[in-house]
Design a protein around this ligand. Structure first.
Ligand SMILES: Cc1cc2nc3c(=O)[nH]c(=O)nc-3n(C[C@H](O)[C@H](O)[C@H](O)COP(=O)(O)O)c2cc1C
Length: 233
């Protein structure tokens, strides 16, 4: 407890807020999961939503995957980038000098994301399709956590990874591939689904009407849970 307070003080001095993602719904989810843990669930999946829109289509799709994971007693946590500060890689390569599992740029949320990723058994990277690619925020996470991982001999090696993409009409396969490149170069293990992991919709909530997209998320959640249990069971 005292250690945590001291650590938070240093984060604060460095300009980074370790609690920056903490929002009430997430806290409620976390507390709900304490009870799930008591029932034997010891695995955890963390998801990052790169959308500029909180609780939009991307978040809805992720929650459909979470539902299946939670049925299997796996703890889940959703981190949303909407309104949060995260910048791109500055190519300083200090992560190769420091080798401390941290990015040397400390004034935004990136290092708290890395901590969450290290702690988790499974990582979902989720994004809306923006100009046939992932959002800027998710790309910043990919570049900086990916480079830090390489500098530290593969921090996410053999964790389970899954991409989730929301899209209005076109370009989602490119965003899906961009995320999968992160998993594969990071020596991670990627479960499949019944289609590529995308859901169609424009306005908030529209993906709920994409029946096939939701079935894809359901199968993804089931397969991710199955794989996690094979690895850790
Ligand atoms: C900057 C921007 C770029 C977009 N580019 C595309 C695109 O290339 N293809 C597409 O089908 N939809 C595109 N969209 C629409 C979003 O992908 C779509 O509305 C998605 O459901 C948003 O997910 P969200 O609710 O999680 O933010 C774009 C939206 C924005 C704001």
């Amino acid at each position: 407890m005292i250690g945590r307070i001291i650590l938070n003080y240093f984060y604060w001095k460095a300009g980074a807020n370790p609690n920056v993602f903490r929002q009430k719904p997430d806290d409620e989810r976390r507390y709900a999961n304490i009870f799930r843990d008591d029932q034997g669930g010891e695995m955890k999946v963390v998801a990052f939503n790169g959308s500029a829109r909180k609780n939009g289509n991307t978040a809805i799709l992720v929650n459909h995957v979470f539902r299946e994971l939670e049925k299997e007693g796996i703890e889940t946590e959703l981190m949303q980038f909407a309104g949060k500060k995260i910048r791109g890689c500055i190519a300083c390569y200090k992560c190769f000098e420091n080798k401390d599992q941290r990015c040397s740029v400390t004034h935004d949320v990136l290092n708290s994301c890395i901590e969450k990723m290290i702690e988790a058994d499974g990582i979902i990277l989720a994004s809306p399709t923006y100009f046939a690619n992932v959002s800027t925020e998710l790309k910043a996470l990919i570049d900086r956590s990916g480079m830090t991982s390489i500098a530290n001999e593969g921090m996410f090696k053999r964790k389970v990874g899954a991409a989730v993409v929301a899209v209005r009409r076109g370009g989602s396969i490119h965003a899906f591939n961009a995320i999968n490149h992160f998993f594969f170069i990071g020596q991670m293990i990627v479960p499949g689904s019944t289609y590529w992991n995308m859901g169609f919709g424009k306005d908030k909530g529209d993906v709920e009407k994409d029946e096939e997209g939701l079935l894809t998320m359901k199968a993804l959640g089931e397969n991710m849970a199955w794989l996690l249990k094979k690895i850790h069971g």
